[in-house]
Design a protein around this ligand. Sequence first.
Ligand code: DP6
Length: 336
Amino acid sequence: MTRTSSAAAVAHPNIALVKYWGKRDKVLVLPHAGSLSMTLDVFPTTTTVRITPGTAEDSVFIDNVPARGEALRRIVDFLDLVRARTGRRERARVETHNTVPVGAGLASSAAGFAALALAAATAYDACLDPTSLSRLARRGSGSACRSLFGGFVQWHAAHPGEQDPDHASYAEPVHDVHPDLDIALIAVLLQTTPKPVSSREAMQRTVATSPLFPSWLRSTREALADMRAALKDGDLDRIGAIAERNALGMHAAMETALPPVTYRTPASHHLLNHVSALRERGEQTWATMDAGPNVKVLCPATDATRIAAELAAASASPTVIARSGPAATLISQSRS
Ligand code: DP6
């Protein structure tokens, strides 16, 4: 019988328009609420998983550097999960190449674990469909489950009373989107050094100690339904307003945790104010932020080049224009 000996996959980051922030189950990575994102067409991550029979340990290289500590532990735990499902024991060599700065709130873990899920499941012959792959990727990093799919994607939270919450929490593409909707997302790269507090630690602290977390969670559940309707109508004004409010609420919640988690820097605040000022001048611009100081700006795709130049001048920082991007794909597979 021939077996797969290696597989390589590519995945793109996604940016949530309605955010995931807080787990109700840390082992299964079950979120407190659903979320909705746009997969980007920039910053792909490529990951190769090569089965290495006869070796005692997994080896992991991130951008040609051997992984250590927490980064290594998360990837080995993930491979263990794949091995447990397939009854395989051989170790593997993982090589991952990012084109996005790691740990700077630019969704490198989403693209990374989506590519790893597809490559590892293929290398170990797990034969998973896209929905099952999204459940698997979720265990590596919550937001990764959305990067398995292209375009707009919703991650279902699974109800707390659910019999099999692992099965009920997965991502799927949102197809009911107005055909004329053409959104761009401009990433303003204010800072690309790794963040001081991981999103994992930060969301845990927010859930445990922020007095604003329960109300943000309630508003997120409403935002999800409103966002679905706005996408269907192709109403960019509503999409932008819902996304910005949801992101600012998430940051307000984490900034009132004990001790506070503060990702926003003076440069982030300056840019957030600038985006509001542009809007007052009649531009369709809205900001969103993740677990880092960088600001992403939503705008009509037709205005993106002009607005990106304006944002670059206002922040003295590089900008990258992204549009809606593709699903994760397998780029090679070999058998022995
Ligand atoms: C702010 O998916 O990185 O980007 O599940 O602990 O790995 P873990 O967290 P992660 O958190 C992403 C948080 C966010 C919002 C989002 O992408 O929805």
